[in-house]
Design a protein around this ligand. Structure first.
Ligand code: ADP
Ligand code: MG
Length: 340
């Protein structure tokens, strides 16, 4: 029988698929912080060295992983977050694809230390390039720590595409700031090369976190607005038009707690501020939308930062109207015409 097609070995299949989820250190941080949030952590510490290329450590005080689950957690499509196809319509967790750990472990050297509330001892597992090197019992507090060493050590092509340590560190710092803004109930600490870059308390308001991350000057010029129509709600911190920026980096959107990139929301901001800011100037906006999960598709791309709304026009109008009403209320929209 002639035959030339064979199924790829699991290690190589994972390595190929990893390319979609993990393309630089910040993607590792994103996936592991999302896992910590899904694990109900109240405190998350992210420590990196050399832009995250050689060392990323993420510690949380969440629910931990059962001793008998630590190995399957690293299998592709293994998850505790969904069970069947129907669950895809009601996703409230940040993860659901069961891909991150398998991907990360296939392209780095991972150490996992984890303990659940009800187990006496914790588990230590070390995996290099997808292969288990060591497993043992270990004493540790409740929660989970992942250490990711030497990202892409076995993928020279990918390794080359990482940018300088400073640039990679910048991406990570930005991302953690965004998480801290989205989850003001969680304490985040970011440590770079042994120095604390910032800490949020986990018990302060969003606006206080804006102060600790972006500084007093920006926070002073932010306005708060919220709105709800039926089952869709929004909270937004938006800047006065006078402090618009040269790029959209400080326009940050969260939909159901998920950090997303989204053109509908970004267009809505542009429309709301039309005539108030000059061309190519962009107001600072932190926007939190909550929408029933069945009206949203989050399963567009492995990194889950793209989403699609079922009714884009409706969402856009809802955002435009909410922001516009605040700008009007603050008399920031000049009235046109001659009337006094
Ligand atoms: P997903 O998040 O899509 O489920 P992952 O590969 O990121 O897939 O993680 C696999 C599983 O490992 C998760 O479903 C979860 O049960 C467990 N897990 C991962 N990280 C943590 C953590 N920090 N705390 C508790 N459980 C975790
Ligand atoms: Mg995950």
């Amino acid at each position: 029988m002639l035959k030339r097609i064979h199924k790829l070995d699991k290690l190589i299949a994972n390595k190929i698929a990893a390319g979609e989820v993990v393309d630089r250190p910040v993607s590792v941080v994103k996936e592991l912080v999302e896992n910590a949030i899904d694990a109900n952590a109240s405190k998350i510490i992210v420590e990196i060295k050399e832009g995250g290329k050689t060392y990323i450590r993420i510690t949380d005080d969440g629910i931990g992983i059962y001793e008998s689950d630590v190995e399957i957690a690293f299998e592709r499509h293994a998850t505790s977050k969904i069970k069947d196809a129907d669950d895809l319509n009601s996703i409230l967790s940040l993860g659901f694809r069961g891909e991150a750990l398998a991907s990360i472990a296939s392209v780095s050297q991972v150490e996992l230390i984890t303990k659940t509330e009800d187990s006496k001892t914790g588990t230590y597992l070390e995996i290099h390039g997808g292969e288990i090197i060591e497993r043992k019992e270990i004493g540790c507090p409740k929660g989970t720590t992942f250490v990711i060493k030497n990202l892409f050590y076995n993928m020279p092509a990918r390794y080359q595409f990482m940018k300088s340590n400073a640039v990679e560190t910048g991406y990570i710092s930005d991302l953690i700031s965004k998480f801290a803004l989205a989850y003001s109930n969680i304490s985040f600490r970011f440590i770079n090369n042994g120095t604390i870059v910032f800490t949020t308390s986990g018990s302060s308001s969003v606006i206080n976190n804006i102060v600790s991350i972006y500084g007093k000057e920006i926070a002073k010029n932010m306005m708060y607005v919220s709105n709800r129509v039926k089952d869709i709600s929004i909270e937004a911190y938006i800047s006065k038009p006078t402090i618009a920026r040269g790029n959209k980096k400080q326009q940050v959107f969260f939909v159901n707690g998920r950090y997303v990139k989204n053109k509908i929301i970004s267009d809505a901001i542009e429309e709301a501020y039309k005539t108030l800011v000059k061309v190519n100037r962009f107001p600072i906006c932190f926007i939190y939308l909550n929408i029933p999960p069945n009206r949203l598709d989050v399963n567009i791309h492995p990194t889950k930062t793209e989403i699609r709304f079922d009714d884009e026009l409706y969402i856009k109008d809802f955002v435009v109207n909410t922001l516009r009403s605040k700008l009007l209320e603050e008399n920031l929209i000049p009235s046109i015409g001659f009337e006094k």
